[in-house]
Design a protein around this ligand. Structure first.
Ligand code: ZN
Length: 387
């Protein structure tokens, strides 16, 4: 693994997609564009996204998830047995359609724009989930590479939908065995190809903890069957540890945030990491990649009991705002977290991606680059102070 400076600057994954890329993505999904034609365009977008990160001083780059419709739906092309369904189509299968529509409206969820991979047949692997993304990046950059993949809990919970999936897997637990096997193979393959950092995305954990009781959410169609939050968190820990069992030689992280589908801060979830930390700490991974810049993430004192137990990927900028966070504010935020983490355990990242869902960029590439630039400048100051 390449040398990593103190306070490495990285991203959570997604980068705003251009209009022509979104159009091409739709054409590919409708069978009007071949994969190779799509990839020719996507290759150029990935290159420009990598260059933006390099110019902004990012130490560990991603491909901006440019080839993906969203951070978890893309697996539909990589796995047999899944079908991509619009959240609006899933409404037809919802136990309480009126209630689900009401929730989607209240949360400002673009139900027609967000798609979920739903299991409709026995799950099988066609090719790696992200091996093509990594192979292309290796040709394009010398920087360290982070690959975000859906975590085992997210993949299981979001793709098992009653009325569609139970014909093949009688429960989400049954499905999880195949999900874990596929993710284990993926982690090993990414490691062997020279990936530096695998980030498991598990944003729906916050839905489990902070979401309203009995709310059917857009990201997790199967949540009506959910049990109490503690059981869900224990399930998530078990799946993560089964996935990582006996695997070493690759840096891993888990990303949790409170949602990134809307710029309206008041519709996104609120609550500190306190209820989640006892569980996250049991996960056999190196780093917690967390949303911390938004006040919705609550007090950082919750880390006091867990000093240095893991690395922290500290969210230091809000991906959904136009203003660029002042460098000194970022530095202050990092100094503050150093009460609970030593300097070699702190990574800097935005709270979440800049375009989690293809049709919902939460920012422009120009602002995204400036925010990353501010983070890099902060890292330079911090390295001089703590290096
Ligand atoms: Zn996020």
């Amino acid at each position: 693994m390449a040398d990593t400076p103190l306070f490495p600057v990285t991203t959570v994954g997604s980068w705003p997609r251009s209009t022509s890329l979104i159009r091409a993505l739709r054409a590919k999904q409708n069978g009007e564009m071949s994969d190779s034609e799509f990839n020719r365009l996507a290759d150029q977008e990935v290159i420009s996204c990598i260059r933006s990160q390099e110019e902004a001083g990012v130490d560990i780059v991603t491909d901006g998830e440019q080839r993906r419709d969203n951070f978890y739906s893309y697996v539909v092309d990589k796995l047999a047995g899944m079908q991509l369904m619009k959240v609006s189509d899933l409404l037809d299968y919802a136990n309480d359609r009126a209630r689900m529509e009401e929730v989607l409206r209240a949360l400002d969820v673009p139900a027609f724009a967000i798609k979920s991979p739903i299991v409709v047949d026995k799950l099988g692997k066609k090719e790696g989930l992200s091996l093509d993304e990594l192979a292309f990046m290796k040709e394009q950059t010398d920087r360290q590479i982070k690959i975000p993949i859906p975590g085992p809990y997210m993949l299981t919970r979001s793709s098992w939908f009653e009325g569609l999936s139970d014909k093949v897997y009688e429960s989400a637990e049954e499905l999880s065995k195949d999900v874990v096997a596929i993710l284990r193979e993926e982690v090993l393959a990414l490691r062997d190809m020279g990936c530096d950092f695998i980030q498991f995305d598990e944003p729906i954990l916050s839905q489990t903890v902070f979401g309203e009781e009995s709310t059917e959410t857009f990201m997790c169609a199967a949540l009506p069957q959910r049990r109490d939050p503690t059981e869900e968190l224990e399930f998530a820990v078990r799946l993560m540890n089964e996935t990582m069992e006996g695997i070493s030689g690759i840096r891993t992280g888990v990303h949790v945030c409170r949602g990134n589908w809307s710029r309206k801060e008041d519709v996104l979830l609120v609550g500190n990491y306190g209820p989640m930390l006892p569980h996250l700490m049991q996960m056999n991974i190196d780093q917690l990649v967390l949303e911390c810049a938004t006040p919705r993430a609550g007090e950082m004192e919750v880390f006091k009991e867990y000093t240095n137990e893991k690395e922290i990927g500290l969210g230091v900028v809000n991906p959904r705002t136009d203003e660029i966070e002042p460098v000194e504010d970022i530095v202050a935020r990092v100094r503050d977290i150093l009460q609970y983490f030593s300097p070699d355990k702190v990574y800097l990242n935005p709270d979440c991606g800049f375009g989690t869902f293809a049709e919902r960029n939460v920012n422009t590439p120009e602002i995204a680059e400036k925010k990353l630039q501010a983070m890099s400048e902060a890292a330079v100051i911090l390295r001089a102070e703590f290096g």
